[in-house]
Design a protein around this ligand. Structure first.
Ligand code: FES
Ligand SMILES: [Fe+2]
Length: 408
């Protein structure tokens, strides 16, 4: 049984099984053969991703707006880790494992939120403040004896997870050894530099959904525009498209369009006529081709889409090998994020993204379902050198992290 295998043996086994595929993967994009389908379904592979892809990275687990005020706490999950994110009286956002220091009960139910100065464990009522300190142990020494000799609360606070924030996202670094967040995100931030993200504010438009497929299928589908004319017909032609990437930090797609194309794209998307009312980033030229969208997946799976008049931040949250949550927030420029006059314009942007996500859902589910068959017949994916360099690069990044080989 899988769980009986010590994890070091399992590591060796997963890396060993992947190695025969590396040669084909390392070929130029037009000739390369991609990774086998079991990387999307195998629980041992998922366990390796937790250890070698997620734990050493900064992973986006929640939004700052979910803990907007001192006293706010929420439960957040990611690939089997259970966290509590808090904002204590000092205003600092912190993350802890959602595990009581007494006998290990879940403090806050998955999906739940709380407001107050403390969090009490439902089992024996050990109580923590929002900085994670153990502040009360009711009845620990007998009825109405809340202290007891030989027991010291000091040092029994909740176990903290390294936390930082950017663009409204709460990021954590599970292994504690990643470079500081600002350094980790620098390649992403540099690539987005043409869009002054500091002008944007989070609106109250949100999207919470899930797809029945591995998290990597979501990334791979999001970094090519090849399928747009058939699957997302309402978006029109993709313009001057480029698949891009930067080392093991991000993969993405960028598109240059004229202002006319950029406006039409959203005007013609699913009822988005009113988006014209939204202000655009001030740097955009009225004539000629310009970079109208830059959509980057910061690895492993935090997506930022900077478009002419809005920014979408998406957290892909792996729940299991075959299921991934999408949590999305929509940002607009200045007042346009919150004023009443643009409420319907904001809703239409959200709806346009929602239609695209729904159109992708059945394809991802079918890809996931086909995995066993594909491995049975020895199938290997192939790539269009024009459209899919970022998909190819993403597979190399994953393979390199899992096997420890250098595939650059
Ligand atoms: S397990 Fe939390 S108080 Fe006992
Ligand atoms: Fe798509």
């Amino acid at each position: 049984m899988d769980t009986a295998i010590p994890s070091d043996d399992r590591t060796f086994e997963v890396a060993r099984r992947l190695k025969p595929y590396l040669h084909g993967l390392s070929q130029p994009t037009g000739q390369a053969a991609g990774l086998p389908a079991w990387i999307y379904t195998d629980p041992a592979f998922f366990a390796e991703e937790r250890k070698r892809v997620f734990a050493p990275s900064w992973i986006g687990i929640a939004y700052e707006s979910e803990v907007a005020n001192p006293g706010d706490a929420i439960a957040a999950e990611y690939a089997g880790w259970r966290f509590i994110v808090t904002r204590a009286e000092d205003g600092v956002v912190r993350t802890f494992y959602n595990v009581c220091r007494h006998r290990g009960m879940t403090l806050l139910d998955p999906g739940a939120s709380a407001q107050g100065r403390t969090l009490a464990c439902p089992w024996h009522r050990w109580t923590y403040d929002l900085q994670g300190r153990l502040v009360a142990t009711p009845n620990i020494g007998g009825n109405n004896a809340h202290e007891c000799v030989g027991f010291d609360k000091e040092g029994l606070g909740l176990q903290a997870v390294r936390t930082d924030t950017w663009l409204g996202v709460v990021f954590v670094n599970v292994d504690g050894a990643a470079p500081p967040l600002a350094e980790y995100l620098k390649p992403t931030i540099d690539r987005l530099a043409a869009f002054d993200l500091s002008l944007t504010r989070e609106s109250n438009e949100t999207m919470e959904t899930a797809f029945q497929g591995n998290w990597k299928l979501g990334i791979e589908g999001g970094v090519e525009d090849y399928h747009i004319p058939w699957v997302h017909r309402q978006l029109g032609p993709s313009g001057d498209f480029r698949g891009e990437f930067s080392g093991d930090r991000w993969v993405g797609v960028t598109c240059r369009r004229t202002m006319e194309m950029a406006k039409r794209r959203y005007d013609e998307s699913e009822g988005a006529a009113a988006t014209a009312a939204l202000p655009m980033f001030p740097h955009l030229p009225e004539t000629g081709l310009f970079e109208a969208s830059v959509i980057l997946s910061t690895l492993p799976a935090t997506l930022v889409a900077a478009v002419a008049d809005h920014v979408v931040v998406s957290l892909f949250i792996p729940e299991s090998p075959g299921r991934t949550k999408i949590r999305r927030r929509f940002r607009f420029i200045g007042e346009a994020a919150t004023d009443d006059a643009r409420a319907s314009a904001r809703r239409k942007v959200r709806d346009a993204w929602s239609v695209v996500t729904e159109q992708d859902g059945p394809i991802i589910a079918a890809m996931q379902d086909q995995a066993a068959l594909k491995d049975e017949i020895g199938f290997r994916p192939r790539y269009s050198p024009h459209w899919e360099p970022a998909v190819h690069h993403f597979q190399k990044v994953i393979a390199a992290k899992i096997t420890g080989e250098n595939l650059a």
